[in-house]
Design a protein around this ligand. Structure first.
Ligand code: GDP
Length: 191
């Protein structure tokens, strides 16, 4: 059933066509300030440091995870670095992306609306078999919550996305986010 033609894992994309060791391009999208850089730093370095704003977007960070079936997935993570405003860059940014992670902040309804805008952009420019995750970040700020969990769940379901709430601050669900994405990746058939 799996053709193995998923983007990001084929030689023409510079990927490795090895079903046991996938290499995938992952793009991050979402309003500035929702915590994209913090999510990446938590995942890659295991740190939360709100004072050091690292320019993740300068190139990309990568992180490899091992799954239970002894396969590995290497994520090459692209942050927008604030360039999301330049619509002309979008096709370049999305090209070859096997995964898109759209992030909003659960305390900001504006960021949730913006996330929906990015999902529509992905549906226009992204690969048809891109794996999309919707992430409600800053879940540690329950008392300031303005976006109900159910709104995230419903929107994700309507758009064929995986949904999760995370906290880069407490590390809640950060590893789970990437593990769940890894499980959903199309696998090339062994050659
Ligand atoms: P980006 O612009 O989307 O990359 O956002 P940043 O990663 O730079 O984070 C923006 C701000 O939100 C920083 O002040 C972070 O400290 C804060 N932040 C990020 N993630 C969390 C989180 O999970 N919980 C809380 N409470 N603050 C967060």
């Amino acid at each position: 059933k799996n053709t193995g033609r998923g983007v990001g894992i084929n030689p023409e994309n510079g990927g490795v066509n090895d079903p046991k060791n996938l290499r995938v391009k992952l793009v991050l999208l979402g309003d500035s300030g929702v915590g994209k850089s913090c999510i990446v730093l938590r995942f890659v370095r295991g740190q939360f440091d709100p004072t050091s704003k690292v320019t993740v977007g300068a190139s990309f960070l990568s992180q490899t995870i091992a799954l239970q079936d002894s396969t590995t997935v290497k994520f090459e993570i692209w942050d927008t670095a604030g360039q999301e405003r330049y619509a002309a860059l979008a096709p370049l940014y999305y090209r070859g992306a096997a995964v898109a992670v759209v992030v909003y902040d659960i305390t900001s309804p504006e960021s949730f609306s913006k996330a929906q805008y990015w999902v529509k952009e992905l549906q226009k420019h992204g690969s048809p078999d891109i794996v999309m995750a919707l992430v409600g970040n800053k879940a540690d700020l329950q008392e300031k919550r303005e976006v109900p969990v159910q709104d995230g769940i419903d929107y994700a379901e309507r758009n064929g996305m995986f949904f999760i709430e995370t906290s880069a601050k407490t590390a809640d669900n950060i590893n789970q986010l990437f593990e769940e994405i890894a499980k959903r990746l199309p696998r090339p058939s062994p050659s």
